[in-house]
Design a binder for this molecule. Structure first.
Ligand code: AMP
Ligand code: ZN
Length: 114
């Protein structure tokens, strides 16, 4: 999608602080980090929200989690603990309408979220 910020990152038009990339996935540091480790992991294909996910895209979501696991290990938070979050639509605070997983860690994370 031409006017989507994360599509522009996936295509290389905008260059974020990348921590992982493969043919289908890009992961980069959040510009406004909420924890010492705050990485966004996105599919390169445009999916607006979790509500738009299709059954045939299930393996892609699995790969997002495998990337999160690898990045958590590389960032040194795998054993301490971390959180993965997808915000969907207004009440969850979704601001960028291109599916993304937040990977958060490096400090104690409160539960339940506010
Ligand atoms: P959400 O509220 O779940 O849609 O999360 C969107 C996230 O994108 C927020 O945590 C923002 O800080 C982050 N974000 C917005 N613009 C950028 C950018 N240019 N580079 C990196 N992260 C961004
Ligand atoms: Zn997009």
């Amino acid at each position: 999608m031409s006017d989507c910020l994360f599509c522009k990152m996936a295509s290389g038009e905008i260059q974020p602080d990348v921590v992982y990339e493969d043919d289908e996935i890009l992961a980069f540091r959040d510009i406004n980090p909420q924890a010492p480790v705050h990485v966004l992991i996105i599919p390169k294909t445009h999916i607006a929200t979790l509500n738009d996910l299709q059954p045939e895209q299930a393996p892609l979501v699995g790969r997002l989690f495998l990337a999160a696991k690898q990045i958590a290990a590389e960032e040194g938070i795998a054993e301490r603990g971390y959180r993965t979050v997808f915000n969907c639509n207004a009440e969850a605070g979704q601001a960028v309408f291109h599916l993304h997983m937040h990977l958060l860690g490096g400090r104690p994370l409160g539960w339940p979220p506010g």
